[in-house]
Design a binder for this molecule. Structure first.
Ligand SMILES: Cc1ncc(COP(=O)(O)O)c(C=O)c1O
Length: 425
């Protein structure tokens, strides 16, 4: 499917028909099951996907990069497991093993490489605090890092005297990014971190290329993947990274406060746990030495919300049913169309990279006069569009996330509203 202008307008018509036919999900209604892709018209398929989400139609939700809505199957699973466990007042920790296996399958990892966390920040923090770093050791990451990716290192700078070196992401080519990291390498470099997809302009880093550079220099490679899992296909084994932290509650549509940390099996011992307790290992006698489990799950401890974790597994199941490639292609086509059309509006600057290999499902623009926060407020209040201002690095811009529940018609609305903003603001 190519989302040229004509098919976009067709999508608009179909969307209106669907709305009249009552196909949009009211909160609480149980969605029909998903048809097989290819057995129905593509837009009918995507409307059926949209119907899985009890997300309000108004305002139009375009902030999956901030927080992704969960689908009805995910919420049902969380509710059902919660009720079942609460009925016997059980924690249900025995269900972690199957959940870990399912997530390992989904991510191209092995179960012993995965740890359930509360969010991406927690995974980033485990790595930053757990690696053996001394005063003067250097960590390199991009200047567009989110606080969830940068603060854990800033904390290590404060506590252990490590040095943070920043590079400006290259919006022209993946090779440019590798070159910029290479320029900062020194004998003191211990860690390279990138956001898989930056939260600012939606730039996608080429993980295998950065991994090759890190390996060449014997440097740890960590990925802050808060923005990628559920947006673009991920295969951890093939990525080449040593560790990888992501959020379940963004593009994957998992329950709030879900995430995972991947720790490559042969790198397990390099990360000292910062928090441990029951479920991290064994200590038969209190005065003995604790034997940590030989798995990334050693970073888990204490009573957990198993229903949330099983909700995350359900989100991965729905994602797999739709198809990770198809999900990525949909978000990218909507974003690509936006990118082209918004760039045509006089005065609007598109900050998202143009190159296909550097972009995915987020589009960031700057208004000629209105700062990002003002444009954000205008689009929300005047046009019912929920985007997100980009304040990081003084970018003063606006980010639009397009995911599987968004439609061509909604993108048409964005373009019309941004056009109006140039007149109004
Ligand atoms: C690149 C990046 N890292 C980390 C985070 C923080 O994610 P979480 O709230 O799941 O810890 C975000 C959130 O937007 C992000 O975009």
């Amino acid at each position: 499917m190519s989302l040229d202008r004509r098919s976009f307008l067709q999508g608009l018509g179909a969307g209106a028909v669907a709305a009249l036919a009552g196909c949009t999900t009211a909160a609480g209604a149980r969605p029909a099951s998903l048809p097989d892709f290819g057995r129905v018209e593509p837009e009918a398929f995507w409307r059926a996907v949209r119907a899985q989400f009890p997300l309000r139609d108004d305002p139009v939700y375009l902030n999956t990069g901030g927080l992704g809505p969960a689908s009805r199957p995910v919420l049902d699973r969380v509710f059902a497991v919660t009720m079942e466990l609460q009925a016997g007042s059980e924690h249900g920790h025995d269900r972690f093993a199957a959940a870990r296996e399912a997530m390992a399958d989904f991510l191209g990892a092995t179960p012993d490489e995965l740890c359930f966390t509360r969010n991406a920040t927690e995974g980033n923090s485990i790595i930053a605090a757990g690696l053996d770093l001394r005063a003067g050791d250097e960590v390199i990451f991009e200047s567009h890092a989110h606080p969830g990716g940068s603060f854990p290192w800033a904390n290590q700078a404060r506590q252990r005297g490590i040095k943070v070196l920043l590079f400006e992401p290259d919006h022209e080519s993946p090779e440019g990014n590798v070159a910029r990291i290479r320029e900062l390498l020194s004998p003191r470099t211990k860690v390279i971190q990138v956001s898989h997809v930056t939260c600012t302009t939606g730039l996608v880093f080429d993980l295998p290329a950065v991994a090759a550079l890190a390996r060449e220099h014997g440097v740890w490679f960590h990925v802050d993947a808060a923005q990628s899992v559920g947006m673009i296909p991920v295969n951890l084994g093939a990525s080449g990274c040593d560790s990888f932290a992501f959020s379940g509650h963004k593009w994957l549509g998992g329950p709030h406060e879900t995430g995972m940390l991947y720790l490559r099996r042969d790198r397990l011992e390099a990360v000292a746990p910062t928090g441990i307790g029951a479920y991290s290992g064994e200590l038969p006698e209190l005065t003995g030495t604790i034997e940590l489990f030989a798995a990334a799950s050693r970073h888990e401890y204490g009573t957990r919300n198993v229903a949330q974790v099983l909700g995350l597994v359900e989100a991965a199941r729905l994602h797999t049913q739709i198809g990770p490639e198809r999900v990525a292609a949909r978000g990218r086509e909507l974003a690509g169309w936006l990118l082209t059309e918004l760039a045509r509006i006089e005065g609007i600057t598109v900050l998202t990279p143009q190159a296909d290999e550097l972009r995915a499902s987020m589009t960031t623009i700057r208004h000629p006069r209105a700062e990002g926060g003002r444009l954000f407020g205008y689009l929300w209040q005047e046009h019912g569009l929920r985007c997100r201002p980009v304040t990081e690095q003084g970018l003063n811009a606006l980010r639009i996330s397009t995911h599987i529940f968004n439609s061509p018609a909604e993108c048409e609305r964005v373009v019309a509203a941004v056009r109006a903003s140039v007149r109004d603001l």
